[in-house]
Write a protein that binds this ligand. Structure first.
Ligand code: UT7
Length: 358
C-alpha cells in the first residue's frame, strides 16, 4: 500500500502590509467593523504576479524537501487569479523552476483549489500514476477587488503557499478526504465578467465581485462542519484524535462557529486571518507553514483541514504528518521588497474604480 507524504512546504508573503487604518483612507469602513466582524487586522498586497509568488513558494518548498525541481512529476497551481488562461499559469511556474519532467495543471475551485489539488495528487500517488507532486495555492486578489464594495474588498489579501507530496510506504499524508460543492449557490460569490463568454459577447471587462456574505457564511459553516465529520468518520477517528485544525481563513467568526460545532479545543486551531486576511487558495498552505514555524506541528500529528469558496466549493481532509518539520536547506531565491505604499501600488485600480485616496 502506498501513501503520499508531505515532505516540503514553503510560502511567500508580499512585503507590503496594508492595515485596516490604511483601507479607511479609500474604503467606506472602520477598523472596528473589520476587526469585530471578520478578525482581520491587516493583509498583504502584492507587487508581483500570481505566478511569481507561486514560484517563490515552490522554490522554498523544494528547498525544505531537499529536492530538485526535476524530481517533480506534476505541478498543480490552485488559483482564481492565474496570470493567464492560455497558456496556463502552472506551466510558467514549471518553466521558471526548470521542472522539466513535470506536467502542469491550473485548477480553479476558488478558495478550495489547494485542497482539491492536494486530494487529486494524493490519490494519483497512491494509485501509482505519479511519485511526486507539488500543489501551489497562489492568489493576487487585490487586482480584482472593487474598492466601492466594502462588503468584500476589506476581506482579501495576496500570498502563496506550496507543498510537495511524495510516495511513502508509511501511513502518512491524506488518509481521508471529501471534496464537495453546495448546490444552487453560485451567485453568492461571483465575478461575472471574468471569463471568455462575457468578454466575447459584451466586449466589457469591468470586473467587480458580487458577494452575499451572510448567505456564504451560513453555507460555509454548515458544509465545512459536515465535510469534517464525514472525513473523521471515513478515517475512523473522533474529534479528540485531532491535534491541529487548519480551517480556511475567511472570517474568525466562521472559524469559531465551525470549531464549536465540531467541539475542537480552540488552542488546536490555526488562525492567521488577523495577519493575512483571506488569501483564498493560498490560505491553508500559508497557515500550514505558520503552524510549522510556530511548532504547532512537530511531527506525528493528526491534522484536520477544512475549506470552502466560490461555487460554493467545499472540502475537508485528515492528514497524518510525518517526521519532516524543519527546513533542511535555505533557498537563495527571493523577490525584492516593494518600495512604495498602497497608493502607489493600487493607483491604476483606484482610477479604474473612480476612487479618491485621502
Ligand atoms: O472565502 C470565501 C469568501 N469569503 C466569504 O464569503 C466570507 C463569508 N461572509 C462573511 O465573512 C461575513 O458575512 C461578512 C464579513 C462578509 C459580513 O459580515 P456580516 O456580519 O454577515 O454583515 P452583513 O453582510 O450582514 O452586514 C451588516 C452591516 C450592513 O449594514 P446595515 O445594512 O446593517 O446597515 C453592511 O452594509 O455591515 C455593513 N458592512 C460594513 N460596514 C462597515 C458591510 N461591510 C462593511 C464594511 N465596513 N467593510
Amino acid at each position: 500500500m502506498s501513501y503520499a507524504e508531505f515532505v516540503g512546504w514553503g510560502r511567500y508573503l508580499p512585503s507590503l502590509v496594508v492595515e485596516n487604518k490604511d483601507l479607511v483612507r479609500f474604503v467606506d469602513t472602520t477598523d472596528h467593523w473589520i476587526k469585530t466582524r471578520t478578525g482581520i487586522k491587516e493583509r498583504r498586497y502584492s507587487h508581483v504576479s500570481t505566478a511569481e509568488m507561486g514560484w517563490l513558494a515552490a522554490e522554498r518548498a523544494l528547498a525544505s524537501a531537499d529536492m530538485l525541481s526535476n524530481d517533480l512529476d506534476l505541478i498543480i497551481l490552485g488559483s482564481t487569479t492565474a496570470n493567464e488562461v492560455c497558456p496556463n499559469t502552472a506551466s510558467s511556474i514549471k518553466n521558471k523552476l526548470k521542472a522539466y519532467s513535470a506536467a502542469a495543471i491550473d485548477l480553479n475551485s476558488a478558495c478550495t483549489s489547494w485542497l482539491y489539488g492536494v486530494s487529486m495528487i494524493s490519490d494519483m500517488i497512491k494509485a501509482g500514476s505519479i511519485e511526486t507532486g507539488m500543489v501551489i495555492g497562489s492568489e493576487r486578489l487585490s487586482l480584482g477587488l472593487d474598492w466601492n464594495k466594502r462588503e468584500s474588498c476589506c476581506l482579501f489579501g495576496d500570498g502563496a503557499g506550496a507543498v510537495i507530496l511524495k510516495k511513502s510506504h508509511d501511513e502518512r499524508g491524506v488518509i481521508a478526504f471529501r471534496i464537495s460543492c453546495v448546490p444552487d449557490s453560485r451567485e453568492f460569490l461571483a465575478i461575472p465578467k471574468w471569463g471568455i463568454q462575457p468578454a466575447i459577447h459584451t466586449n466589457d471587462l469591468h470586473l467587480s465581485m458580487n458577494f452575499d456574505g451572510a448567505a456564504i457564511f451560513k453555507r460555509a459553516v454548515k458544509s465545512m462542519s459536515f465535510d469534517c465529520e464525514f472525513v473523521l468518520d471515513r478515517a475512523g477517528l473522533s474529534i479528540e484524535d485531532i491535534d491541529v485544525f487548519i480551517p480556511h481563513q475567511a472570517n474568525i467568526r466562521i472559524i469559531n462557529a465551525v470549531g464549536s460545532k465540531l467541539g475542537i479545543d480552540p488552542k488546536k486551531t490555526v488562525v492567521t486571518i488577523d495577519k493575512y486576511g483571506n488569501t483564498s487558495a493560498a490560505s491553508i498552505p500559508i497557515s500550514l507553514c505558520e503552524a510549522l514555524k510556530n511548532d504547532m506541528i512537530r511531527g506525528g500529528e493528526t491534522i484536520l483541514i477544512a475549506s470552502f469558496g466560490a461555487g460554493l466549493s467545499c472540502g475537508a481532509a485528515v492528514v497524518k504528518w510525518g517526521d519532516s518539520t524543519k527546513n533542511i536547506r535555505d533557498t537563495a531565491f527571493s523577490i525584492p521588497a516593494y518600495q512604495g505604499d498602497v497608493h502607489n501600488l493600487l493607483e491604476d485600480s483606484f482610477s479604474y474604480h473612480g476612487i479618491s485616496y485621502n
